[in-house]
Design a protein around this ligand. Structure first.
Ligand SMILES: Nc1ncnc2c1ncn2[C@@H]1O[C@H](COP(=O)(O)OP(=O)(O)OP(=O)(O)O)[C@@H](O)[C@H]1O
Ligand SMILES: [Mg+2]
Length: 375
């Protein structure tokens, strides 16, 4: 049993600033959890508190059900892998991987067996006698992981381990880590500010902002139902379109209107949104819910073309709606979509996955979840 529980954990730094505030989280044994958030939001601080590298100012931290507030890092049996890898340059891969065990007095034969097993798992067998300087970034990353694996910890704490790698290597290592998790079946806490890593790697994402965990959930649940405009915009590129608007109620129908925009609220959301009729709202719609073609249930939206980003697999249309208070929006269209810059093109909105947010609090107005709708 090696669940990790954070029970109202806070970190108040000596300068009076909070690094982390009141984090409440239970990570199950064997779970792969992602901490995602912008720079300075408290991801590393939280990870370092779990590892014992940072003291806890208040709250309780339990590993395997036991409070570890006063347990030294080396006795917590968790392994940390840092972004910088922190390999010893004068030692070979073999020595780097075995050093920690040697310091703990593990016998040479046992160390050797563990190194061989980890090297084989990570594809490092041919490199065991090389020094880190003679390895690629991805190989060094693997050595850092190997050093953690040989310790056989109850949990791996990974602090942006992929951020020094180029895009292609990063994508490969992403998959390697997921496979490794399946094979080792150990708890992994992975810190990143990369949304693709967050969406694809973990069982759950914890989104952090200003030291707080503002949303915790399965990746697609968080994607489909963000709790506020920050999460709505943070989780994808291009982010969710957010359009300041007003909600009108008339004769039982609800309409979201703004300069250049009039969208009828779909039936399934009418009851939930009715109490907000007459109020200012922020209308949220993801770029993939704007389409080039009409279909039953879609609503027309005229957009002035500002730019078209051809990505090969799809074209991102950056457009403007409205004249007096123009708002820029993005739409994910097919790779065949073309239009001259400045042209006005009709798009068709599938409003079923729409969101409304409160402009003052930025919180989502509650509505039943519709998950990810089929186009
Ligand atoms: N030793 C310290 N003393 C005072 N404040 C600190 C200290 N270490 C970190 N902080 C502050 O705590 C907050 C959280 O820092 P943390 O390193 O956890 O952020 P992060 O989410 O890991 O960011 P990044 O993505 O840049 O690594 C930041 O505002 C940071 O400036
Ligand atoms: Mg950090």
């Amino acid at each position: 049993m090696s669940s990790i529980e954070l029970d109202h954990v806070s970190k108040l730094y000596a300068n009076g600033a909070y690094g982390v505030r009141d984090v409440d989280l239970r990570i199950e044994d064997g779970e792969f959890v992602i901490f995602l958030g912008p720079s300075g939001c408290g991801k590393s601080t939280t990870l370092r508190m779990i590892a014992g590298l940072e003291s806890i100012s208040s709250g309780d931290l339990r590993i395997g059900g036991h409070s570890v507030n006063n347990v030294a890092p080396r006795d917590r049996n968790v392994a940390v892998v840092f972004q910088s890898y922190a390999l010893y340059p004068h030692m070979s891969v073999r020595q780097n991987m075995g050093f920690g065990l040697k310091m703990r007095g593990v016998t040479a034969g046992v160390i050797d067996d563990k190194i061989k097993a980890a090297a084989s798992l990570l594809g490092l067998t041919p490199y065991l006698d090389r020094k880190p300087a003679a390895l690629s970034g991805g190989q060094r990353q693997r050595v850092a992981l190997g050093r953690a694996i040989v310790r056989d910890p109850v949990a791996f704490l990974l602090d942006e381990p992929l951020s020094n790698l180029d895009a292609q290597l990063r994508a490969e290592m992403r998959l390697e880590l997921v496979k490794l998790h399946r094979r080792l079946n150990r708890t992994i806490v992975h810190v990143t500010h990369d949304q693709v890593e967050a969406m694809t790697m973990g069982d759950r994402i914890c989104i952090m902002r200003d030291g707080r965990m503002i949303q915790i959930g399965k990746p697609l649940e968080v994607y489909a139902d963000p709790v506020d405009t920050f999460v709505a915009r943070f989780l994808a590129t291009p982010p969710m379109n957010l359009i300041p608007a007003r909600l009108h109620g008339e004769g039982g129908a609800l309409t979201v209107t703004a300069d250049g925009l009039a969208i009828t609220v779909p039936d399934q959301h009418r009851a939930a949104y009715a109490p907000a009729a007459g109020r200012e709202v922020i209308f949220g719609i993801r770029p993939e819910d704007l389409h080039e073609t009409d279909a039953p249930g879609r609503e027309r939206l005229d957009v002035t073309v500002v730019a078209i980003e051809a990505l090969g697999v799809e074209n991102i249309l950056i457009g403007q709606i409205g004249r007096e208070k123009p708002v820029e929006i993005a739409a994910r269209l097919s790779r065949h979509f073309t239009a001259p810059l400045g042209a006005v093109v009709p798009l068709y909105v599938d409003a079923r996955p729409m969101h409304l947010f409160d402009p003052e609090t930025t919180r989502a107005l509650p509505r039943p979840s519709v998950g990810l709708v089929k186009a």
